[in-house]
Structures are given as C-alpha cells and as structure tokens.
Design a protein around this ligand. Structure first.
Ligand SMILES: N[C@@H](CCC(=O)N[C@@H](CS)C(=O)NCC(=O)O)C(=O)O
Length: 350
C-alpha cells in the first residue's frame, strides 16, 4: 500500500494523470521506513519462532504438504484444513498449560470488539487485559513485548503471541474445539472468499469509520483535534466501501456477505468497524448509512446473530457518545436540532 503511494505520487504520476505530489511521496516514504523497521524488529527478535514454540506448527505444515502433494484437489484441501484443526487442538492439549488465553483489549477499538465478541459467542475462556489507548498504555515497553506493532488487539495463548485481528479470529476459529463451521468454514474455497473480504476490508472500509471517529471525537490525549478535511476523506472512503458491499457482496438475497443465513468472521469484523459510527450524532450517522439499505439490514442481521454479546460489548460506544456530546455542549459547539424523524441507531435500542 505504502509503496503504491510513493510510486503513484512519483514515477507514475503522469501515467495516472496526477500532478507530481512531493508531500504524498514524502508521507509514503515515512510510512515505508516505519513499516520496514517494524519488520526488522520482528525478524531480529525471532518473534514468531520464539512465540510459536516449534513442534505444533511443523506438524501442521507437514500435514498440509503431505495432503496437497498426494492429491491437491479441492476436497483434499478441505480435509487438510480439518487435519490442521485437529492437530492444532492436539497441540494445545499436549502443552497442558493451564494458562488462559489473554486478549489485550480496549473496547473502543473495532477489531478488539470483534475478537471479544467471537470469544464470548463461542464459549472461549479468556482473560481480558485492559490496555487503555487513551492513556497511551499501548506504547509502553511491556506492551511492546506482546505486540511490537503497538496496536490492539493482540493475544497470548499458552506462550503463543499473535497480533492483527483477522489473524487472531482465524487462529481462534481453528484452534479451539467446537466452533461452528459457518464462522470459518473448512471448505477451502469458502475460506478463501473470507480471506478475500478480510484483505479488502483492511485497505478499504477500515479507512472510513476509523478516520471519521478519530478526527471527530475530541481526543486531546492523543494530540488530535477536529479535522474536517480528514473527516471528509474518511467519509469518501466509507461511502465508496459501503456502496461496494451493497452492490457486490449483498446484491443477492443472502443475509450475510458470503450468502447463507449464518455469519462468518468477515461479517463480524466488518460490522464492528462500521459500528464505530454510533458515536456520531444520529443525523450524521444516518446521513452516512441511510442510503445503504442492504448494509443496514446486514448490520442488523449480524447484530442479532451475535447477541446478546454484540450489544454488551458495544455499550462502550454509548458512553463515548455521551462524553462527546457533553464536551461539545461545554464548548458551545453543539449544532444539534436536525434529524427529528430519524430512525433510532442500533445502540439506542439496547
Ligand atoms: N490491522 C489491525 C489494526 C489494529 C488497530 O488499528 N488498532 C488500533 C485501535 S482500533 C490501535 O491500536 N491504535 C493505536 C495506534 O495505532 O497507536 C488489526 O486488525 O488488528
């Protein structure tokens, strides 16, 4: 992504009929060197090797190699996926660690909420370790030991450390027993479709609600102020993404992104992201979501399928909204008054 930004603003600027943009290129270069130094850090520390505790992962890889080398067919891959599940389960049991799964969390974070709701829905026992982003606890050396990228969520499971919510959801779905197949189906094609949605999510939808939220809600502690240009940019990403979801994944009659009547980890992940808009005034939230009727229905479907945990975990957004409104009132900048006939947002129904 970052490399694309640099190239688009530099070499390829004329090709895309864009003016050469030295600031865009410089911003891209800054992000690139930060990312490269983080990659360096991870490999220098042998992070994954140490964290993974060899044996289990080697068995898993061997099993996959054997299966695909002999037949390489679709069905065989599905069987291999089940083998992976079984082996991961055995590996967990064989470790006989009594240590509970730890989820490093701040519920204001969308991906954190997806992970927590998934654990609760599937009876995965875990300990929630609060890392308060507003107090910058995610930047402490202690938390860097857990996630060198200093973001939430992260997990530690019997010595195995993992960051990135999508990876975490996949890991939990595969390594804990009894998780219903619809969350992360054994069928390799369905799985791949889920990966496709999740990858798309991170370079599209994810850039909408987060940017709007961060630049709307006053977060003085993070050194951010209201930034209307950033909000406008976030709204552009959001509308483009919602319209793709509506016209592509939700175009047929299915209740969820991959069709069917049960959600997958992709539904949970994307819907938790969109829920961040609940901290906005109802008029703004409805202006942004209202035009996408299928999206609204899909959010409701996911919410119902994931309740009561969905509402419980999202309660924090009600508090954040109240705080924001109080702050705005104090500043005399509250411009409420419109939107009298608006539908109630999801969280007001809790
Ligand atoms: N791609 C990551 C995104 C994680 C992320 O952006 N987390 C935010 C909270 S929503 C965070 O930790 N922000 C603090 C920071 O970046 O300094 C994932 O899905 O886990």
């Amino acid at each position: 992504m970052v490399i694309v930004i640099i190239v688009q603003n530099n070499v390829l600027a004329p090709v895309f009929r864009r003016p050469f943009n030295s600031e865009g290129a410089a911003e891209g270069e800054k992000l690139l060197s930060a990312a490269l130094s983080e990659i360096d850090l991870v490999f220098d520390n042998n992070f994954f090797d140490v964290a993974l505790g060899r044996g289990g992962s080697e068995q898993v890889i061997e099993s996959l190699q054997e299966s695909s080398a002999v037949e390489g067919e679709h069905q065989k891959c599905c069987k291999a996926s089940n083998d992976v599940k079984m082996q991961a389960k055995k590996w967990r049991e064989s470790k006989k660690t009594k240590m509970k799964l730890k989820v490093y969390a701040d519920r204001m974070s969308q991906p954190v909420r997806a992970v927590i709701i998934f654990c609760k829905l599937n009876g995965i026992e875990y300990e929630e370790v609060r890392v308060d982003i507003s107090k910058l606890q995610h930047l402490t050396p202690e938390y860097s030991e857990i996630n060198p990228m200093n973001q939430l969520p992260a997990i530690v499971d019997g010595g195995f450390k993992l960051f990135e919510s999508h990876a975490i959801l996949i890991y939990l779905a595969c390594s804990y027993p009894g998780i219903p197949d619809h969350w992360y189906p054994a069928d390799v094609r369905k799985r791949s479709e889920i990966h496709s949605v999740l990858d798309w999510h991170h370079s599209n939808l994810r850039r909408g609600p987060g940017i709007i939220y961060q630049n709307t809600i006053p977060v003085p502690v993070l050194g951010r102020i209201f930034n209307p240009e950033a909000v406008a940019e976030g709204e552009k990403f959001l509308s483009a993404s919602l319209s793709k979801i509506e016209s592509f994944w939700l175009k047929d009659k299915g209740q969820f992104l991959l069709g069917g009547n049960k959600p997958s980890i992709a539904d949970l992940s994307l819907v938790c992201d969109i829920m961040q808009l609940e901290v906005l005034d109802e008029t703004d939230r409805d202006r942004l979501l209202g035009p996408y009727k299928k999206v609204e229905q899909w959010i409701e479907n996911t919410r119902s399928a994931a309740n009561p945990h969905f509402d419980e975990v999202h309660k924090i957004l009600i508090k954040a909204k109240e705080k924001r409104q109080n702050l705005l009132r104090l500043k005399g900048a509250n411009n409420e008054g419109g939107g009298s006939a608006m539908k109630k947002p999801w969280l007001s129904r809790i």
